[in-house]
Design a protein around this ligand. Sequence first.
Ligand code: HEC
Length: 115
Amino acid sequence: MYLKLFSLMSLFVSISATSMAYADESAPVTFSTIRSTILVPKCVRCHQGPQAPDGIDLSIYSSLVSNQVFVAGDPANSDIFVQVSTGQMPFGGPKLSADEIQAIHDWIQQGAQNN
Ligand code: HEC
């Protein structure tokens, strides 16, 4: 009984490890996807126009560049990734989903291009 349970658990662990590895090698993530699925619905009600906090307008790629919210290829040193992965942004919550955080991670990892 215990043995069976144990092997079921290891099966589950190996399946989740496999799907996580797959997520790491996900398809290219474009800025237009990030913008339309995350930034516009979850950030721009605050981060847009002249009143945008810290001057960061998240609806415009050039504003992400000029405010240095990312370091291309280096998510861990990218302010925008740190803010969403620690749950500091969106300000007041709710935190982005794991998939959304992963998408921002992957876009930066892949060069944070204006694509
Ligand atoms: C309810 C309003 C609001 C929403 C929604 C919001 N922000 Fe912010 N954001 C702020 C405010 C206010 C600040 C400045 C104060 C601060 O840094 O805590 C800020 C600052 C930031 C900063 C700079 C932080 C720093 O000081 O280094 C980044 C990056 C950022 N936001 C990203 C995001 C992203 C990405 C989203 C969407 C996932 C988001 N924000 C959603 C209000 C908001």
